[in-house]
Design a protein around this ligand. Sequence first.
Ligand SMILES: Cc1cc2nc3c(=O)[nH]c(=O)nc-3n(C[C@H](O)[C@H](O)[C@H](O)COP(=O)(O)OP(=O)(O)OC[C@H]3O[C@@H](n4cnc5c(N)ncnc54)[C@H](O)[C@@H]3O)c2cc1C
Length: 448
Amino acid sequence: MPQSAELFLETAGPLSVYLSQRAEPAIAWPQLDSDTDADVVVIGGGFTGLSCALSLAESGVRTVLLEAREIGWGASGRAWGQVAAAAKFMPAQIEKDFPPEIAARINRAAETAPDVVFNLVKKHDIRCDAVRSGNLIAAHNPAKEQWVRTTAQDLQRRGYPVRLLDAAETQQFTGSQRYRSALLDERGGALNPLGYARGLARAAGQAGVETYTQSPFTSLQKSGSGWRVATPHGSVTAGQVVFATGAFTGDLLGQQTQREIIPVRAYQAVSQPLAPELLSQILPGGQPLNDTRRMFSGVRIWPDGRLHVGLDGPLFRHHADGWLSGATQRLQMMFPQLTTLNWAYHWAGWVDMTVDHYPRLHRLAPGVLAAYGFSGRGVAIGTLMGRDLAALARGEEEDRLVHPLTDVRPLWFHAVHRPLVSSLTARYRLEDRLNDARYGREPSSLHP
Ligand SMILES: Cc1cc2nc3c(=O)[nH]c(=O)nc-3n(C[C@H](O)[C@H](O)[C@H](O)COP(=O)(O)OP(=O)(O)OC[C@H]3O[C@@H](n4cnc5c(N)ncnc54)[C@H](O)[C@@H]3O)c2cc1C
């Protein structure tokens, strides 16, 4: 495994105690300590790999899943937990970015992705606090109010269950006077991502997947008509290999796959339970709330009354002193009624960003597939991509895939991506701060 991919695994940091306690217990999967074989070996125990393995086993394919650490160790077990309609961008943007046939497939998938996730949770009785409450996207300045309006109209015209909330409704749904309008997308919701990952792993095991944890793939070699995947204490020989290793993907088969991904750090914190009078005001309907600022920030309330914030911080460092005080300031600006905010848990994870925020799906060689780059939207898209990977591994037609198979296109600026992304981010943060200064310090009814 290339050194730098290993380094991202090393610096992932501990999983969240909070998410772990609320999830179904982790199964003690064994370590691979012998040589075995399968039809397909899936590498990576996140949503993508687990959904792929489950789908394969359900169709009778002998499947082995290898996970370097433990199930959910990557982004999947650390996410904020929003289940958004699959696409990172709205349908009109996707129609600009892709040829009509592909755009139509991505947009169709967006409609169904949350159904796929919530149906899996129900079918396998996964303990993950899943709520189909919808998602809120609030506009943080007048230009974005216009965007929210036209987007809501466009989505409604397409027949999606989306509501445009006016100022009074926005305040009622969010509990914040910071915003004057918001879009409520009733397709989405939220869940405990670590619980979802563990439940998928359990379901995959019940369907026949042989799962090994603490079993990192270390090398891949051709073996007869298939491939031999080695780990430190064993190996799997299989006809097909699927890589679902997210931000931890190194260069594979001599191709510069690692240079398609920009791993950035994302931060999460969960508070002590809020007082009942605050809970009756802040997100009383249980919807996760994003806004339209340049840098991502999300707030949700858990069933035990704790507030959970997902926020940006130092992008490339794996530890972030002082991040929590920034989170407190941001929340108190959104919700001045939060006069004190006591944080109980915090954690962070690496997000596999791509330059255009669309995922990548590759056939690196006959029998070797890879998918990554969910850019912070992997709960639903990763689950769908796992199904597409399974379909490809079964030899099904490519014309039903959500995202097309493409060649590896390494970023020409990858060697200097950190300073470039840092300076772009500094500009975005300044823009966000200026908007907050201009529109965030007064009740929304006083906005110009
Ligand atoms: C803090 C944070 C918040 C997020 N919030 C949201 C959200 O609210 N909603 C949303 O939709 N998305 C969110 N995302 C993004 C989402 O979590 C990811 O897109 C998704 O989990 C990607 O799943 P994956 O299976 O492709 O990758 P991962 O979950 O990263 O899984 C890859 C797995 O591969 C394993 N692995 C790596 N190398 C090897 C190896 N050599 N051998 C074997 N195994 C290996 C890793 O240990 C890991 O378990 C968030 C991400 C982060 C980090």
